[in-house]
Design a protein around this ligand. Structure first.
Ligand code: ADP
Length: 309
C-alpha cells in the first residue's frame, strides 16, 4: 500500500493580502498546495512535492501543512532560492494579483530532483499547468514526474490551470496538451479549456481532452457546476446552490474533493457530484483555504441536500 493517496507537485506560495490600506496579512496559497489541503480535510493522506526557500514564507507554509496534516517529506528546503510570493491588492476593479516568483525554489525543481521512489509512494500524482508554467526547468520536472508515475502505475491527475501572465498561449497549449497525453484524470476549467482547444462548447472540450488519452475528464463550469465525461458516458451536474462570496480556489477545492472521493472507490460521476458540493461550500467564505470543508461538514451538507431534494 503506498504511503500517500495524493501527492501534489507544483509551487507553494506565500500570500500577502492587503486586508487594510497599507497593511498586508500573511497567508498561504499555490494551487497544488491548496489541493493537498482540500484533500487532507476530507480524510485523504495527501502530500506536497517541490521546494520552498529557507525563509519566513517557507516556514509559514510548513506550519500550515503540519496543522492540516499534509505530508511534506518530499518538500525540500532550498538554502539559495526563495519561496515564491504573491500580493493581493484591492481596487475599484476587484482584486489584483502581483507575483514575485521568478527564480523561486520551486521553479528550480527539474527532472534530476524528481525521485522515482517519491512518485511510486503515492496512489495519485497531481500536477497542473501552473506547475509547468513557472520555468522550463519545472516544466521538464513535471514531465519527468508524469513519466515516472506512468511507469509505476500511479494514476496521473492534471488541472490545466492556464495562467497567461506566466507563459504565452502557444507554449502553454503545446505543453499542457502534451501533459494531457500522460494524464488519466483531467481536471480542466471551462475558460482555460476554451483557450487551449479553441472551442467553447463543453461537450466539444470533453471530446478534445478525451482524444488526447485521459480516461476521465471533469470540466468545471464555475457557477454552472461541471460536466464529467468518460469515453462511454457523460453527465452534466448543476452547481450546488450556495450563497457564494468568493470563488478563489474553487477549482482547487473541486480537485481535492474529486480525487479523494475517486480514491474511495466512487465512479467519476459520483466523485464529481461530491466534489461539486465541496467546491460550492468553499465559495461561502473568503480565500482559498479557510472555507475548505471538512469531511463531517461535507457529509452533513450532502445528507441535508438528499433529505430536502
Ligand atoms: P476555477 O477556480 O478553476 O476557475 P470554477 O470557477 O470552474 O474553477 O469552479 C470550480 C467548481 O466550484 C465548479 O465546478 C463548482 O462545482 C464550484 N463553484 C464555483 N462557483 C460556484 C458558485 N457560484 N456556486 C456554486 N458552486 C460553485
Amino acid at each position: 500500500m503506498p504511503a500517500l493517496d495524493i501527492l501534489c507537485l507544483g509551487e507553494p506560495l506565500a500570500e500577502l493580502n492587503e486586508t487594510e490600506a497599507g497593511r498586508f496579512t500573511l497567508g498561504c496559497g499555490g494551487d497544488v498546495s491548496n489541493v493537498a489541503i482540500a484533500a487532507a480535510r476530507l480524510g485523504a493522506r495527501s502530500g506536497v512535492l517541490g521546494a520552498i526557500g529557507d525563509d519566513a514564507f517557507g516556514e509559514a507554509l510548513t506550519a500550515l501543512w503540519d496543522a492540516e496534516g499534509v505530508d511534506r517529506a518530499h518538500m525540500s528546503v532550498d538554502r539559495d532560492a526563495p519561496t515564491g510570493i504573491y500580493f493581493v491588492t484591492h481596487g475599484p476593479d476587484g482584486h489584483r494579483f502581483s507575483y514575485r516568483r521568478a527564480g523561486s525554489a520551486a521553479s528550480l525543481v527539474g527532472p534530476d530532483r524528481i525521485l522515482a521512489e517519491a512518485i511510486a509512494a503515492t496512489r495519485i500524482l497531481h500536477a497542473s499547468g501552473i506547475s509547468q508554467a513557472i520555468s522550463t526547468t519545472a516544466a521538464d520536472g513535471v514531465f519527468a514526474a508524469l513519466a515516472k508515475a506512468r511507469d509505476a502505475g500511479v494514476v496521473v491527475s492534471y488541472d490545466t490551470n492556464l495562467r497567461l501572465k506566466l507563459w504565452p498561449l502557444a507554449r502553454a497549449r503545446a505543453t499542457i496538451r502534451e501533459a494531457l497525453t500522460l494524464t488519466d484524470v483531467a481536471l480542466p476549467g471551462l475558460d482555460d479549456a476554451a483557450l487551449l482547444f479553441g472551442v467553447e462548447d463543453p461537450d466539444a472540450i470533453c471530446d478534445a481532452v478525451l482524444a488526447l488519452g485521459p480516461k476521465v475528464v471533469a470540466l468545471t463550469l464555475g457557477a454552472h457546476g461541471c460536466l464529467v465525461a468518460t469515453p462511454e458516458r457523460r453527465e452534466r451536474i448543476a452547481a450546488h446552490p450556495v450563497r457564494a462570496v468568493d470563488a478563489t480556489g474553487a477549482g482547487d477545492a473541486f480537485d481535492g474533493a474529486f480525487l479523494t472521493s475517486y480514491l474511495e472507490g466512487r465512479d467519476p460521476f459520483a466523485a464529481a457530484r461530491r466534489a461539486n458540493v465541496s467546491a460550492a461550500l468553499s465559495t461561502r467564505g473568503y480565500g482559498a483555504i479557510p472555507p475548505l470543508p471538512r469531511r463531517t461538514e461535507l457529509d452533513a451538507e450532502i445528507t441535508r441536500d438528499a433529505a430536502s431534494g
